[in-house]
Design a protein around this ligand. Structure first.
Ligand SMILES: [Fe+2]
Length: 167
């Protein structure tokens, strides 16, 4: 196995990850109660379609198919998310749980794209490297938006609603 093989494996795994996240983000959007949160998931789903196209472009430039590897980590995260919120009634607490689940996926993507960008840079693949960077920026923004939504009230509402319920 050489660096080209490693790059191919990374790209194919990222592609599977993004394809799965298209479904994952649809699930999150359907479950979200807060309209801003729903909008954030919908917007990131749109971005994810573009991210798939970037991976197709990179695969084409490198002369391989984007399909081939499986991202077991992403499939696991989606399963965890379904297990966590599957039976929850719509509530601020469920929104807080959705944010937590989504951020785990975002952080994994940030790590994966950071690695891929670095690898591409080391291999002198400047076009691929800048495509990875564009996606990395979108993932970081999506993560920041979720943090802002959590801090701007969703988590507090969740705790308060839960307190009222306990009383
Ligand atoms: Fe993504």
């Amino acid at each position: 196995m050489n660096f080209d093989d490693l790059m191919k494996m990374d790209v194919q795994r990222l592609y599977d990850m993004e394809k799965n996240l298209l479904d994952g983000l649809m699930f999150l959007s359907e479950k979200a109660q807060n309209p801003q949160l729903k909008q954030a998931f919908d917007m990131h789903r749109q971005e994810t379609m573009g991210q798939c196209q970037r991976l197709e472009q990179i695969a084409q430039m490198q002369g391989f198919e984007p399909d081939g590897e499986k991202s077991n980590a992403t499939r696991g995260l989606i399963k965890d998310t379904q297990d966590t919120v599957g039976d929850m009634e719509p509530s601020p607490m469920r929104d807080a749980a959705l944010i937590g689940c989504a951020q785990k996926a975002e952080h994994m993507e940030i790590a994966a794209y950071g690695t891929a960008r670095e690898l591409a840079m080391q291999m002198g693949l400047n076009d691929a490297s800048s495509l990875f960077q564009q996606t990395l920026d979108e993932e970081k923004n999506a993560d920041m938006t979720l943090t802002q939504l959590a801090e701007s009230g969703i988590n507090r509402q969740a705790v308060e609603a839960n307190r009222a319920y306990v009383r």
